[in-house]
Design a binder for this molecule. Structure first.
Ligand code: CO8
Length: 258
């Protein structure tokens, strides 16, 4: 879509790529950029030819956080009425897997955006962190909640209170990211992984993502009930019949997303 000003989109086979594109300010996230990211994700989500979404940054960083120029003169009432986080809330409704490919900085709001991804692949030079405390504020797009649920209270307190950066190695150690790669091959490797998912049965992929996300918020029993309904539902798909028939016939399944 040529109407985007803050992002670039491109299709690689069955994968829809979104790249943050304000490299001069290290892709600082302004409201327009976040809104464009969501529009692009929703368009990919509705496009049956796209199976997986990758989010990355152009230039030398994923992104250095929310646009400080846009925030500095904000006041609480204007922020409440502007209600910018409705765009962020739309992220939760994206049904296809979203993989973040992070190189360089992923700070503040950009770390929050990364934490909204279903999986994160990072370059060895990636640096994550919540520097908000240095600016007299705090994370506002889920940082205190998502990081704490992911790594527990101990490290979340340390990192968010100090604003200290987290190296790719530490992020990997604490389960924040899935893998690290040399920067030169990050996109290639991320696309390779995305392709693996893109060739799975799409409805199964969709319901797996949905069920795993429920595990984060639901108590175990409720989560299990949710999982069970999704499991049953897959037996209404042609792909379930095809997948199991292909196994018996010792051939590769030909999934149709139905
Ligand atoms: N906002 C606006 N401009 C930025 C930002 C930013 N977050 N980050 C970098 N820039 C600009 C710089 O001002 C600079 O512009 P110029 O060339 O005109 O001076 C250009 O990008 C390049 O940056 P540097 O020269 O500073 O590059 P360095 O390599 O020396 O340093 C750093 C890189 C360490 C990343 C440094 O730029 C930095 O500290 N940036 C700010 C990081 C930060 O504090 N981020 C958190 C912002 S607060 C936040 O994210 C709150 C989230 C709340 C909700 C989310 C809503 C969207």
């Amino acid at each position: 879509n040529k109407n985007y000003e803050m992002i670039e989109t491109s299709v690689k086979g069955q994968v829809g790529l979104i790249e943050l594109n304000r490299p001069k300010v290290l892709n600082a996230l302004n409201r327009q950029m976040v809104s464009e990211v969501l529009s692009a994700m929703e368009a990919y989500d509705e496009n049956a030819d796209i199976k997986v979404i990758i989010l990355a940054g152009k230039g030398r960083a994923f992104a250095a956080g929310a646009d400080i120029d846009e925030m500095m003169d904000a006041d609480a009432v204007s922020m409440e009425t502007l209600n910018q986080f409705t765009d962020w809330d739309r992220l939760a409704w994206i049904k296809k897997p979203v993989i973040g490919a992070v190189h360089g900085f992923a700070l503040g709001g950009a770390f929050e955006l990364a934490l909204c991804c279903d999986m994160l692949f990072a370059a060895e030079n990636a640096e994550f962190g919540f520097p908000e405390v240095n600016l007299g504020v705090m994370p506002g797009a889920g940082g205190t909640q998502r990081l704490t649920k992911l790594v527990g209270k101990t490290k979340a307190m340390e990192w968010i209170l100090s604003g200290k950066r987290i190296s790719a190695k530490d992020a990997l150690h604490h389960g924040i990211i899935n893998s690290t790669f040399a920067e030169e091959v990050l996109m290639e490797e991320t696309l390779k992984f995305a392709d693996t998912i893109a060739n799975q049965a799409p409805i199964a992929v969709r319901l797996i993502k949905e069920s795993i996300l429920k595990a984060v918020d639901y108590p175990l029993y409720e989560g299990m009930q949710y999982e069970r309904k999704n499991f049953y539902m897959l037996f209404a798909t042609e792909d379930q019949k095809e997948g199991m028939r292909a196994f018996k016939e010792k051939r590769k399944p030909d999934f149709k997303g139905k």
